[in-house]
Structures are given as structure tokens and as C-alpha cells.
Design a protein around this ligand. Structure first.
Ligand code: PMP
Length: 430
């Protein structure tokens, strides 16, 4: 009777595909991308602020003068000139490395994939923040790792909770392989680890002999003062550092990198070669020429100021309009604020009603593997302009108000969500 089955190959899939789940909320996001909807959902960088004409001239010159190299296969580890330039970029977060320590990847998303492929067997444990970046959770699940969430506070990953979680994992007979953390301007929590917190976390990782995977795509997008010092700056053997040009230049170029200890780097290059042979020469050389010929630090300043204005618009509007009992984090950089709804409200159940009111967000459950996050949601302020952000908050505040009325009638809106049906974690491409 295979003719009646939607997917005749379903019994042939590898076991690992069980961790690869699509989302029912995807359909809602197709609606959310309509222009009348204010989307506070996706974390898309505002690439319109780039100097497009200069980039066009850079690309044109690249093709005219070095087209035969740009359009050819390249090194599996990445272009050596770009790797040297990456050292200058990382100097701002105090990472000191050698060009040989760097593997250029197709966005840091690919680096997450390679590191997990190299380190995680099915059933190995990856400790992650609660909540954590949805794209990383997807990778860990695709390699059949067990994801264990560790509590955060307003300084990010909580070291006491981390030590307890490691002990609990070990006593359950499982192997903690990695601690995955986003120390600066966290996605989705919007918080940042202070210097002491970073030291405490590193000390635990070192004491326990667990690899620390430091994901830092937003590190240069702080709104005040110097960029936070990376954890990798204090340990070049126990930490793998991931960086990206997605937020500081352009996400569409798909250029990121990993900095890893020597032996690990060798394995990452082999894994990269089997996945893509080599990262795109064209994209790497575009980034490299941009860094060499454009005032890239000035451009990052432009981005920081733009995102700070948008953060201020979001926070100001929430202060003014959000119903009592709604709380949120105050990001000092990056793209996101993490919202906690009043008691009894359910962000998954609320989403269709929010979209009907022409505002979109990502429900908190998308950032957990274990169903937590129903009372939370993520708002991104990176893409819409300040007027749209204020309008989005106005709409969302009104939805929350009417949700509170519903909760009064039905007890909580969790029960309502369950009766509507199980909704999978939200897809969030960024
Ligand atoms: N890590 C985090 C925390 C992110 O937020 C993102 C994208 N939003 C990535 C990694 C992947 O970024 P990219 O592949 O574009 O470098």
C-alpha cells in the first residue's frame, strides 16, 4: 500500500533524522512575512545599511582582476589572507591566535555542525543555556546528542547550575562532551556574561575536562564601551571559538570561522572537506577585499548605532505599553530581548492571534528541546525601523491584554493550546 503513503521512503531514513523536525509554525511564518505584519520574529541583520555601491565596486574589481581564482575551488581550511584578517577582527575581543588555528566555514552555522560531528556520538550530552540558539539545538539533535539545558540569570549561564548539571549527567552514566555558550548578547536571552562569570564558567569547564564551545556572532555589536573579552582569550586549548561575518558584514555571504586547538582543527578541516570540499572562494575574497578596502570598523559602528536606536525604541515602547506582569531582558548589544508573559499565558497559543493582529514573534518553546518556554517569547529589533517596532509593540501589548482576559475565563491559555494540538518548536532561520 505504499502508493497511498505521502512519503514512501519514510522507513528508509537514518535514525538521526528523528532529531530533524519541521515546524507547524512555519506556515504562520509565511503569513508573518507579509508586509502588513510587523515581524519581530526573525533575526535578520539590516543589510540595507551597507555601502552597496562600494561593495558592488569591490566585487566588480575582484572579478575583473582575480576572477580566475575567485571562481575556482580553494583550500579546505579557507583563504590564508582572510584568515590573517580574521585575526585582526578577533583582536577586538582579545583572541590571540595563528592563521593556522582558523578554519573558515560557510557561516558559523557550519562550524557548529562540524564541531558536533567531530565530538558527539549519539547519546553524548551537550550542556546548553536555557534558552539557547535554535540553530545549534537543531545541529545537536541531528547528531543525536542529548541536550541538557542549564539555567541562566541576568548574567547568562549560571555556574552553580552548570556544576550541578554536569554532576547529574555524570551520575546518570552519560558523557558531557561540550558546554555550548553564547556569552555576549545572547540569542535569544539578550543577556551578557560579565568578566567574572566568564572566568567561573571556564574554570568549571577546565576542572571537569569538558570542551567549551564559545559562539560569538554578536560580540562586536555591543552598544556601550569595549566589546566583551572572549573566553577563548584566556584558554587556547580548552575552548573552540566561533565567529561570523553575518552580523558585522552580511549574512548572505555565508562566511564564518572556527578557532580551535591544533589537533581539533585538523579534524574540522577533514570534516569540512567531506561536507563542502572548501568554503566559497568568491565569498571569502569578497569579505577579504571588503576588509582591506572599506572602513569596516566604521561600518560596524553604523550597525551598532542603528541597532541601539531600535533597541531603545523596543524598550521604550514596552515600558509604556506592556501589561503589568510582563517582564523582559535589557540587551546591551545584539538583536534580541527575551520576554516573560504574565502568569498563565502561553506564547504558542497566542501566536495565531498575534499574527491576526499583524505582529509576529518567536514563541519561547523554539529555544528549548524539552517543552520549556511556553510563558516566554523572543522579540528581535534588528530589522524593522523604530516606528514599525513601536507599532509592533502596540499591537503585541493589545494581544497580551486580550489574552489575559482569555486566561481569566479559561484559567490558563496552556489548556487552550493543548486542545488546539501539539505545536513543534518554531523555525528560526537566524
Ligand atoms: N550562532 C548564533 C548564536 C546565531 O544567532 C546565529 C545566527 N543567527 C548563528 C550562530 C549562525 O550564523 P551564521 O551561520 O550566519 O554565521
Amino acid at each position: 500500500m505504499t502508493g497511498t503513503r505521502l512519503d514512501p521512503w519514510v522507513d528508509s531514513y537514518a535514525a538521526r533524522t528523528q532529531g530533524m523536525t519541521a515546524s507547524e509554525i512555519r506556515a504562520l511564518f509565511a503569513v508573518a512575512s507579509r508586509p502588513e505584519v510587523v515581524s519581530l520574529a526573525g533575526g535578520m541583520p539590516f543589510v540595507q545599511a551597507l555601502p552597496m555601491e562600494q561593495i558592488a565596486a569591490t566585487v566588480s574589481r575582484l572579478l575583473t582582476e582575480r576572477g580566475a581564482t575567485a571562481l575556482q575551488y580553494g583550500s579546505g581550511q579557507g583563504d590564508v589572507v582572510l584568515r590573517e584578517q580574521i585575526l585582526q577582527v578577533m583582536a577586538d575581543v582579545k583572541v590571540n591566535a595563528h592563521p593556522d588555528d582558523i578554519v573558515v566555514t560557510t557561516g558559523s552555522q557550519m562550524a557548529l555542525d562540524l564541531v558536533t560531528r567531530v565530538f558527539c556520538d549519539p547519546g553524548d550530552v551537550v550542556l546548553v543555556e536555557a534558552p539557547s540558539y535554535v540553530g545549534a539545538l537543531g545541529v545537536f539533535r541531528a547528531y543525536q546528542a542529548d541536550v541538557v539545558h542549564v539555567a541562566m540569570d541576568d548574567q547568562g549561564l549560571n555556574p552553580v547550575a552548570l556544576a550541578e548539571a554536569i554532576a547529574a549527567v555524570r551520575s546518570s552514566g552519560r558523557t558531557p562532551k561540550m558546554i555550548y555558550t553564547i556569552p555576549s548578547f545572547h540569542n535569544p536571552a539578550g543577556v551578557t556574561q560579565g568578566p567574572e562569570r566568564r572566568t567561573e564558567i571556564l574554570t568549571i569547564a577546565q576542572r571537569e575536562g569538558i570542551l567549551l564551545l564559545e559562539d560569538d556572532p554578536y560580540g562586536l555589536l555591543g552598544f556601550d564601551g569595549e566589546p566583551p573579552r572572549a573566553i577563548r582569550a584566556d584558554d587556547d586549548q580548552g575552548v573552540i571559538y566561533l565567529g561570523s561575518f553575518s552580523k558585522t558584514i552580511a549574512s548572505g555571504l555565508r562566511v564564518g570561522w572556527a578557532v580551535a586547538p591544533h589537533g581539533v582543527r585538523e579534524k574540522l578541516v577533514l570534516a569540512a572537506e567531506s561536507a563542502v570540499l572548501c568554503p566559497s572562494n568568491f565569498a571569502q575574497m569578497t569579505v577579504s577585499d571588503y576588509l582591506a578596502t572599506q572602513p569596516w570598523r566604521e561600518q560596524i559602528k553604523v550597525f551598532r548605532e542603528l541597532y541601539r536606536d531600535r533597541r531603545d525604541a523596543l524598550l521604550g515602547a514596552m515600558d509604556q505599553l506592556m501589561p503589568a506582569g510582563t517582564t523582559w531582558t535589557v540587551p546591551a548589544g545584539g538583536f534580541y530581548s527575551w520576554i516573560t508573559l504574565p502568569q498563565g499565558l502561553d506564547s504558542k497559543a497566542m501566536l495565531p492571534r498575534a499574527i491576526a493582529a499583524l505582529v509576529a514573534y518567536v514563541p519561547g518553546t523554539g529555544f528549548f528541546v524539552d517543552g520549556q518556554g511556553r510563558q516566554q517569547l523572543r522579540l528581535s529589533y534588528c530589522y524593522p525601523d523604530t516606528d514599525r517596532i513601536r507599532e509592533g509593540v502596540r499591537r503585541l501589548a493589545a494581544v497580551i491584554e486580550s489574552e489575559l482576559d482569555l486566561a481569566h475565563t479559561f484559567g490558563t491559555t496552556h489548556a487552550l493550546a493543548d486542545s488546539i494540538g501539539q505545536v513543534n518548536p518554531a523555525p528560526d532561520i537566524a
